[in-house]
Design a protein around this ligand. Structure first.
Ligand SMILES: C[S@@+](CC[C@H](N)C(=O)[O-])C[C@H]1O[C@@H](n2cnc3c(N)ncnc32)[C@H](O)[C@@H]1O
Length: 224
């Protein structure tokens, strides 16, 4: 599908990182900051997807949504839901989705550290966690979303045949993903082959490919 992106200019001044509090669960905060993404208890999917169906694919930290949009076009039978802490990007995407009447894509302003209780158990086929913020400093590691709790939450919502797809351009983030997956013991995982990763590129991946930066891709499946 051809979109005239001139009709949908990107918002000005998109901050690279939003306020640091939003990377922590709401229960850990003494004061809830003004711009903390709202908790989601349940969703009426008819309110967000134009086709009214439930999501079966998640894009965690969808950012500027190049991947999400192309995935939606290439997979008309899937419903892809993006989850993103930067509200301006979510508003931008949903305005485009409405403008172009894209039936199977949407994003929610949400911080995934608060879990996925609003999604049904065993309901998701694919979860993409692509090029997460690396938070390289030791003092920032607690802002990383990828954790045993995150994997537990993912395990609950993935179908037994479902898959978690991870990508990063940082070797230390890749190591951290592998160590956390090993600790969790709920997933089998391996580096993806080229044939297995038949997905559109993300905004960050596009950048890495142009600069010839190596990318690490892992596919994880719930243990049977
Ligand atoms: C480096 S960007 C990558 C975006 C996109 N996946 C790509 O590959 O181009 C990481 C994204 O994750 C979002 N993010 C970080 N922590 C998050 C969280 N706890 N919940 C939801 N989104 C988060 C950031 O705002 C940012 O847009």
């Amino acid at each position: 599908m051809e979109i005239n992106f001139l009709k949908y200019p990107y918002p000005d001044k998109i901050r690279h990182h939003a306020s640091s509090n939003i990377y922590f669960p709401i229960n850990n905060l003494r004061v809830i900051p003004q711009h903390y993404p709202p908790l989601i208890n349940s969703i009426n999917y008819a309110d967000i997807f134009l086709n009214g169906k439930c999501p079966n694919v998640l894009d965690v930290g969808c950012g500027k949504s190049k991947f999400l949009l192309n995935y939606a076009f290439q997979n008309p039978n899937d419903n892809i839901l993006g989850l993103e802490v930067r509200k301006k990007l979510v508003d931008w995407l949903n305005n485009l989705v409405l403008g172009e009447q894209i039936p199977n894509a949407n994003a929610l302003w949400y911080t995934c550290v608060n879990g996925f209780d609003f999604l049904e158990e065993n309901s998701i086929d694919k979860i993409f966690y692509l090029f997460p913020d690396p938070w390289p400093k030791q003092s920032q590691h607690n802002r990383r979303l990828f954790s045993l709790t995150f994997l537990n939450n993912i395990f609950r919502i993935l179908k037994p045949t479902g898959k978690l797809f991870l990508a990063t351009d940082c070797d230390y983030v890749d190591e951290f993903h592998k160590k956390t997956l090993e600790k969790s013991s709920q997933f089998d995982f391996h580096y993806s082959s080229i044939e297995e990763w038949t997905f559109p590129v993300t905004n960050k991946e596009d950048f890495c490919l142009k600069k010839q930066i190596p990318i690490y891709k892992i596919v994880a499946s719930p243990k049977k």
